[in-house]
Structures are given as structure tokens and as C-alpha cells.
Ligand binder design. Structure first.
Ligand code: NAP
Length: 103
């Protein structure tokens, strides 16, 4: 029997992340529901149902990232899919080339 597919969705206690987590669980994927506030993550995991597990994760906090990685390593030993709904803001300079190509 193949291993269960494991996904981590960041910012999954609401919005896009929550919807993605719901879809993945509905498709048989076990989803780690990444949330800065663990209680909010637990509430979201409960709403999603079996197959969703709350995980404290702030993508800007190295300690939080390391703890999340350690937990995933211990509980599953692997991750099939990472859905990162939280990206750092793109610096203004980085966005400029896109605009300049439209001229
Ligand atoms: N919704 C749209 O139609 C749409 C369209 C295009 C692009 N986007 C982009 O998609 C992303 C998500 O949008 P959304 O509408 O789902 O936003 P949202 O409803 O505001 O949800 C954002 C989620 O990210 C979490 N979060 C914030 N900072 C975090 C951090 N440092 N580490 C981990 N999680 C963090 C929030 O958790 P907390 O509860 O802890 O704050 C929340 O769960 C955004 O970057 C947005 O710009 C959205």
C-alpha cells in the first residue's frame, strides 16, 4: 500500500489556504494546517475534518519553521506537497522589470 500523501499548507486557517486545505483533504491528502496562532489552526482543522492537523507555523520565524519541520519529520518523515500562501512582499525594485517590459 502506498504511503499516505502529506501536504503542508501555510496560512491555512482562513482564506485561500483554508480552501486549498479543504480540497486536498477531500482528495485523500493528509494536510498540516499551518497557522501562526495554534488555536486558530485547531479550529480550522476541526472545520476541515479528519485528515487535517493543526501545525503552529509563522513563515517569518526561523524557530517556528524549525519546530514545524521537526514535527513533520517525526510524525511522517516526509512531505509530498508544500502550498505556501504566505510570501514575503516583493521589493519595489524587484517588481520594476515587469513594468518596464510593458513599455
Ligand atoms: N483572496 C484572493 O482572491 C487572492 C487573490 C490573489 C492573491 N492572493 C494572495 O494570496 C495570499 C493569501 O490570500 P488570502 O485572501 O487567503 O489572505 P487571508 O484571508 O488574509 O489569509 C492569510 C493567511 O495567512 C496567514 N499568515 C499571515 N502571515 C503569516 C505568517 N507570517 N506565517 C504564516 N501564516 C501567515 C494568516 O494567518 P493569521 O490568522 O495568523 O493572520 C491567514 O491564515 C495573499 O498573499 C494574497 O495577497 C489572494
Amino acid at each position: 500500500m502506498p504511503n499516505k500523501r502529506i501536504a503542508l499548507v501555510t496560512g491555512a486557517n482562513q482564506g485561500v489556504g483554508l480552501q486549498v486545505a479543504k480540497e486536498l483533504v477531500a482528495n485523500g491528502v493528509t494536510v498540516m494546517v499551518g497557522s501562526r496562532n495554534f488555536a486558530r489552526g485547531e479550529a480550522a482543522a476541526k472545520e476541515i475534518g479528519p485528515g487535517a492537523l493543526a501545525l503552529q507555523l509563522d513563515v517569518t520565524d526561523r524557530v517556528s519553521i524549525a519546530a514545524a519541520a521537526e514535527r513533520i519529520g517525526k510524525e511522517f518523515g516526509y512531505l509530498d506537497l508544500l502550498v505556501n500562501t504566505r510570501l514575503s512582499p516583493i521589493p519595489e525594485r524587484a517588481a520594476c522589470p515587469c513594468r518596464s517590459t510593458r513599455k
